[in-house]
Design a binder for this molecule. Structure first.
Ligand SMILES: Nc1nc2c(c(=O)[nH]1)N=C([C@H](O)[C@@H](O)CO)CN2
Length: 118
């Protein structure tokens, strides 16, 4: 089953980073998610209760990162993946967190992880 629900380019403003100055300001993170889900069920029922609600997941991503205020993107990604899988019953996900302002010469930097099995 190769179905997915997608969230792309979700912007989250939060405290993030390893340096002292970074603990005093909000910075922009951009989150992409691909989450395995059997879309045949909501496809047949037309009922959002059968779907993986991307609006609810997006709210959870924002609240998780704003509460955690991680030093490393890796820590944010690991924590977020575990929380989303537990809260929404997601078997497999691929998660990218980008920090566009971190390296001025780069368009963006970030991390990508996959957790679970499809
Ligand atoms: N692999 C990582 N490298 C770095 C991170 C990170 O989260 N993961 N973070 C920093 C600093 O916070 C940086 O973003 C400040 O510009 C450095 N390297």
């Amino acid at each position: 089953m190769a179905d997915s629900v997608l969230i792309e380019g979700l912007v989250v403003e939060t405290v993030v980073g390893v340096y002292d100055w970074e603990r005093k300001v909000d910075q922009r993170l951009v989150v992409d998610l691909e989450m395995a889900w059997d879309n045949r069920v909501p496809g047949a029922s037309d009922d959002v209760r059968d779907a993986l609600d991307y609006a609810a997941v997006s709210e959870r991503v924002t609240s998780c990162l704003q509460t955690l205020q991680p030093q490393l993107l890796e820590h944010g990604a690991e924590h977020l993946a575990a929380e989303l899988r537990q809260a929404f019953g997601i078997r497999w996900l691929a998660l990218t967190i980008r920090k566009p302002g971190a390296v001025p010469a780069a368009q963006s930097v970030g991390v990508r992880i996959e957790r679970g099995a499809r």
